[in-house]
Design a protein around this ligand. Structure first.
Ligand code: SF4
Length: 331
């Protein structure tokens, strides 16, 4: 039962029900909200520090101590680590900004058979030394939402030194250097990057990058800019037709995908469960149903905890595309 191991961690969260990776234990290497971009659809809130500086934004020893603890068998959950499909460098910011990412990945690869993944916006991957650091990973999921510079500026609101052309070149270089899987995410926002001309440019860039998969996504969760809307099905269909057979919509995570069922759940103090819930939604908004599947609790129990947190002002709810999301109000 994973949640008994999760409370108290500052740099680990989940395993969360990732629509792209199944059950993913998140490893958060940058404080909220440090990134090279400030995407309009970002689920983590507006970027407060937009930077290209790689440094030890959090103490790497503290991250290693938490991972040691999480990986260690416990009486309550001897097989807990196996319940994650990936250990994923991700979180409320850009993980490649951490100067010790490579050292942490190599250290972790020596301690677990669980595959390591990285969710990245890709903007720093033009750095050959950084690409070399990523060798211990099994999977890299970079993003590419636009190829024309004006659309890149509108949707990703980058650091002034970044360009879309530089990002595409960096992803091509990654493909040449990295032998593992590369799953490229393209996220469409209605009226910004779903025009025929931009989709044509994206298709051409995808052909040059040659990722193993393209995961097509849209702004499903509440984002930084409340005025943006998810791309309509017609836009997703036009994109899929252009991107070829390696492209597919991001799958919806279901309880069946979780390796821990509600019936496996053990009783857990509400305070611990509240902490585990907050650890997830501080990184991104999530629905009650997916949280229940991820955390191995029934929805009713989780709903009571969420209502208490809402009454305390620690979370709020927001409707989006017929689903209700829990959003942390305190980061
Ligand atoms: S979506 Fe990712 S890349 Fe964009 S601002 Fe948020 S954390 Fe940064």
């Amino acid at each position: 039962m994973l949640t008994t191991k999760s409370p108290g961690y500052r740099h680990l969260f989940g395993p969360v029900p990732s629509r792209r990776l199944g059950r993913s234990l998140g490893i958060d290497l940058v404080p909220h909200k440090i990134c090279t971009l400030d995407c309009v659809y970002c689920e983590c809130g507006a970027t407060t520090t937009r930077t290209l500086e790689r440094r030890a934004w959090v103490d790497p020893d503290a991250v290693m101590a938490e991972l040691e603890s999480w990986l260690a068998p416990s009486d309550a959950a001897a097989d807990a680590p196996a319940a994650a499909d990936y250990l994923t460098f991700s979180g409320a910011g850009e993980p490649t900004l951490h100067a010790d990412l490579g050292r942490l990945a190599a250290w972790l690869a020596g301690r677990t058979q669980i595959p390591l993944a990285l969710l990245t916006n890709g903007t720093l991957l033009g750095d050959r030394a950084l690409r070399a650091e990523l060798a211990p990973l099994s999977l890299i999921c970079p993003s590419l939402d636009a190829v024309s510079e004006d659309v890149f500026g509108r949707i990703n609101r980058p650091h002034p030194s970044l360009t879309a052309a530089g990002l595409v070149d960096a992803l091509i270089a990654l493909r040449q250097d990295f032998p593992g899987q590369i799953w490229l995410e393209v996220l469409l926002v209605e009226g910004i990057n779903d025009s025929d001309s931009e989709l044509d440019l994206l298709a051409d860039a995808i052909a040059r990058i040659a990722p193993d998969r393209v995961q097509l996504n849209t702004a499903a969760r509440p984002g930084t800019d409340p005025t943006i809307t998810a791309a309509p099905q017609a836009s997703l269909a036009r994109a899929l037709a252009r991107f070829g057979s390696i492209a597919a919509p991001v799958a919806t995570f279901t309880a069946a995908a979780a390796s821990t069922s509600a019936s496996d759940a053990v009783s857990e103090a509400p305070a611990q469960l509240a902490e585990a819930l907050l650890a997830v939604i501080r990184r991104r908004p999530e629905t009650l149903a997916r949280l229940a599947a991820s955390l191995g609790h029934d929805e009713l129990t989780l709903k009571r905890v969420a209502q208490q947190l809402e009454a305390q002002g620690q979370l709020r709810t927001e409707r989006r595309d017929h689903e209700t999301y829990l959003i942390a109000t305190v980061r």
